[in-house]
Design a protein around this ligand. Structure first.
Ligand code: GDP
Length: 522
């Protein structure tokens, strides 16, 4: 019997992993896929000392293991729950990509290195999640190494993130003696995730057996203190973003991963309602709606295709259906949507609210676009960040200026760079959030378009989107400062300034003009 929309929605969990580089996101991703039954692996990932920074950590997994998981989303089914795990680039130079991906998830797993605690990237990504009220499950990783005191780690999360903690499991032993976790609510001992399936071990005796004698007493005392001092898990508080359940483990040594998967199924919310300009869309609304949060080119090097990743927000998206693209009002056939079920057994034809689908296209879809079944509606909130670096692109072969223009337009539509066309007709300026994005741009212009380029400093270093309550005020500003105004991809005006000082100066001179560093796609 076909599954009802409400049933399908209720068993979906769409999430991402946030962490500071090296905390173990890639390893944990791999183990989630492994224990979630999505992939079969043997052996361990050999970490390379000087790993090349890629846009996707999953590319790394593929390179190192020769498995095909290169995509921005992986769907797997475990215990009747459908998980959609979205990849986020590890490197901060691709932060804008990560922030946009976080608009497409309903929950996040925060991975913390047990020795390092909350690191800067974790904090930053946590703040983005908090802005969007995304509930967080914490995984304290690398318990097999020298780590901080467990209470200290919990305390740091509470202090630095202003977030209540509720440990669900408690580590048994430390570093070399680490041998599993104790489930506080279920009073069960968890050994390794590989053994847990076959030999469940329960009761305090099992703990005592596992720990060296001189650590047993300490563990028993600590556990008592934990029971007395720690907060119990409160799902409401978790869903509202005030409390995080905490799990301990070692992704590398296979500890704590199964409990984490189970927690995602049990605690994490089903697909959330999404705010659009005209109304709030419920996941269980019958009509399909979706928005594009990411574009990826060249998934198949033989085709110049682009895949637009859409998050389905309501209803179901089916192969062959006709959708309406809100930006243009034009219809669009979804003839070959791609589904990302990890297991080859599933050939999916339908995606439900919460799922992520890849839509191949030749440039019709842009980041932030909304698709509907006809309704004129636009989802809010996919952010665009003012670039930190502005450059002019210098072409080595001046004859290819037109081709460059086209290529840059495409790269901008994919979100690789932002493109600003100055009002005075001078050559376009590209903007990026991190320097590595320039490397990607250079590489792709050369590799895909045969355009060798270099970058030149521009006289501008800061930019802000400008608007005004009275259109007349904006017109006046744009006319007065024509040499410092450019248009972005959507034709929205951007004010370019030499530095932060002159930006503030102009902002004071023109109080009617709003200058913002984040633009939401609309
Ligand atoms: P990412 O940068 O967050 O994706 O981190 P990786 O998953 O690539 O891990 C960074 C390094 O930490 C690698 O050398 C991993 O093998 C190692 N690592 C990851 N998880 C663990 C763990 O639980 N214990 C130990 N000892 N090392 C780990």
């Amino acid at each position: 019997m076909a599954e009802s929309l409400a049933e399908a929605v209720s068993r979906r969990r769409t999430f991402a992993i946030i962490s500071h580089p090296d905390a173990g996101k890639t390893t944990l991703t791999e183990k989630l896929l492994l224990f979630g039954g999505a992939i079969q692996l043997a052996g361990e990932v050999k970490a390379k000392k000087d790993r090349i920074q890629t846009r996707s950590d999953w590319m790394k997994i593929e390179r190192e293991r020769g498995i095909s998981v290169v995509t921005s989303v992986m769907t797997f089914e475990y215990n009747d729950v459908v998980f959609n795990l979205l990849d986020t680039p590890g490197h901060e130079d691709f932060a804008d990509d990560t922030y946009r991906t976080l608009t497409a998830v309903d929950a996040a797993v925060m991975v913390i290195d047990a020795a390092k605690g909350i690191e800067p990237r974790t904090l930053k990504l946590f703040e983005v999640c908090r802005l969007r009220d995304i509930p967080i499950i914490t995984f304290v990783n690398k318990m097999d190494r020298e780590s901080r005191d467990t209470f200290e780690i919990l305390d740091e999360v509470e202090q630095k993130l202003a977030l209540d903690t509720a440990p669900i499991t408690w580590p048994i032993g430390r570093a070399r003696s680490f041998c599993g976790t104790y489930h506080l609510a279920k009073n069960e001992v968890r050994g390794s995730d590989t053994e847990a399936q076959t030999t469940p071990v329960n009761g305090p005796q099992a703990i005592a057996d596992r720990l060296p004698e001189n650590e047993r007493q300490h563990f028993v005392e600590e556990l008592e203190l934990a029971r007395d001092a720690c907060r119990p898990f409160d799902r409401e508080a978790f869903l509202e973003g005030h409390l995080t359940p905490v799990f301990f483990g070692s992704a590398l040594r296979n500890y704590g991963v199964r409990d984490l998967i189970n927690a995602l199924g049990e605690f994490a919310p089903p697909p959330r309602a999404q705010v659009a300009d005209t109304r709030t869309v419920q996941a269980t609304d019958e009509k399909m709606t979706a928005f594009v949060f990411k574009i990826q080119a060249n998934m198949d090097p033989n085709h110049r295709d682009r895949i637009a990743f859409v998050r389905v927000c309501s209803g179901k998206l089916e192969r062959g259906m006709k959708a309406r693209l809100s930006r243009t009002g034009k219809p669009m056939g979804l003839s070959a949507p791609q589904f990302f079920f990890a297991s080859q057994r599933h050939i999916a034809d339908t995606a439900f609210a919460g799922d992520v689908v890849g839509i191949p296209n030749h440039g019709t879809l842009r980041i932030g676009d909304t698709l509907t079944e006809g309704e004129d509606l636009v989802f809010q909130g996919v952010p665009n960040f003012a670039p930190e670096i502005l450059r002019r692109v210098r072409l080595e072969d001046a004859m290819k200026a037109k081709k460059l223009k086209e290529a840059l337009q495409q790269m901008a539509e994919e979100g690789v760079v932002q493109l600003f066309s100055p009002e005075d007709g001078s050559p376009a300026i590209v903007g990026v959030v991190g320097a590595l994005q320039l490397d990607v741009l250079k590489e792709r212009l050369q590799g895909e378009y045969g355009l060798p380029v270099s970058f030149e400093m521009s006289r501008f270093s800061v930019c802000r989107w400008v608007s005004a309550d009275q259109p007349g005020d904006l017109d006046k500003f744009v006319t007065a400062r024509r040499g410092d105004i450019a248009r972005d991809l959507d034709g929205d005006p951007v004010f370019l300034a030499q530095d932060g000082f002159s930006l503030r100066y102009e902002a004071e001179r023109y109080p009617a003009i709003k200058m913002v560093a984040i633009k939401e796609y609309h």
